[in-house]
Design a protein around this ligand. Structure first.
Ligand code: PLP
Length: 359
């Protein structure tokens, strides 16, 4: 090949599909297990009949529905091809010079370093605390002249830890208001923190124009395959996001499904109760077997297995359950249906496996 591609992209791994394990249970991607509700499937089918027409590039109806849901103005809402596209667009609207910095905790969502590099900016990674949570004080202290954007993943993917309102407000108060702070709340619906400290980023962001909240339809709303998420923030930031938005990238089916899912939200959010119960059951069983499991507020649990993470992932796959190892940090296991989780627990709590990985 003769075309000259940016040499720095060589350091980003090319996508390699996971090894296939026919018939294996998949607890690797934090998806919802049930398929779309009948009303949502119907909205998708109806939208499909207009597939020859471009979608509404402004997603006006969906943005209006999201605005009404949160009690904000349509001018406060942008949509994206999954919230991961919004992450990339946020780097694009804040970072212009190679010295510009994007700050985030590590380990956190694997898209943050990639969108930062793709956006030609510099990643500043602040290690998690010993309790696998964001080190908010260290993050505040790391804000410097070139900091343009901060991602706060709450609850954190892949460790599951979450901060309440008080801690987040204290952090936001310590960040200069010219730095955009993104509260990535992809797992918001699974949080069960005390009501008085419940961290609803949209509420916290009121009166703070440098705070932007990301939510997604991929997790609790069960639309991972359709790719739609949204941002709630200051109208000037939202307008900038619209400028860099890839035209028509939130397709017609995704818009229709998201609107129908918001209408059916009570039924969909009821389901999170089952997921939370399974998450807590898994955490308890794994702790009882000797594993360290940080408190999770998401739809997955984190096993900090260090150097043994990859090997644990292989062994689990061989036992019929796909989980997600992260380098030499740990393994993330999604809470699936009870029989799927039972299969994983039978593997992980088997005395021989415990001896092999914790011994
Ligand atoms: C899953 C996830 C997202 C959203 O993904 P999309 O499917 O692109 O909406 C965003 N942030 C975090 C931390 C996630 O885990």
């Amino acid at each position: 090949m003769n075309a000259r591609i940016r040499p720095d992209l060589e350091s980003i791994p090319a996508y390699s599909p996971g090894r296939s394990h026919p018939g294996a249970v998949k607890l690797a991607s934090n998806e919802s297990t049930p398929g779309p509700l009948p009303t949502v499937a119907k909205a998708i089918a109806e939208a499909a009949e207009l597939a020859n027409r471009y979608p509404d590039n402004m997603a006006s109806e969906l943005r209006a529905a999201v605005a009404e849901f949160h009690g904000v103005d349509v001018a406060n809402v942008a949509v994206g091809c999954g919230s991961v596209a919004l992450c990339q667009e946020l780097v694009q609207i804040t970072c212009a010079a190679p010295t510009d910095e994007v700050l985030f905790a590590w380990r956190s969502f694997e898209a943050y370093p990639i969108v930062t590099q793709v956006g030609n900016a510099r990643a500043v990674q602040v290690p998690l605390t010993d309790g696998y949570a964001h080190d908010l004080d260290a993050m505040a202290a790391a804000v410097a002249e070139h900091t343009k954007l901060i991602f706060v993943c709450n609850p954190n993917n892949p460790t599951g830890t979450a901060y309440g309102r008080g801690e987040l407000v204290r952090f936001l108060d310590s960040v200069p208001d010219h730095v955009l702070v993104v509260l990535d709340e992809a797992y918001y619906e699974y949080m069960r923190l005390p009501a008085e400290d419940h961290p609803d980023g949209v509420q916290i962001g009121r009166g703070r124009p440098n705070v932007l909240v990301l939510r997604t339809f991929s997790k609790a709303y069960g639309l991972a395959g359709l790719r739609v998420g949204y941002a709630v923030g200051d109208p000037e930031v939202i307008t900038a996001l619209l400028k860099v938005h890839i035209p028509f990238s939130v397709n017609r089916l995704a818009q229709a499904a998201a609107i129908a899912s918001l209408e059916a939200r009570h039924e969909l959010l009821d389901r999170t109760g089952h997921v939370v119960a399974e998450r807590d059951r898994m955490s308890a069983a794994l702790r009882a077997a000797g594993y360290t499991v940080p408190p999770s507020e998401a739809n997955f649990v984190w096993l900090p297995l260090g150097e043994r993470s990859a090997e644990f992932g292989e062994a689990s796959a061989a036992a019929g359950v796909l989980v997600r190892p992260y380098g030499t940090d740990g393994v993330r296991v999604t809470a699936g249906d009870p029989h799927e989780n039972d299969l994983f627990l039978a593997f992980a709590t088997d005395p021989a496996v415990v001896e092999r990985f914790l011994g």
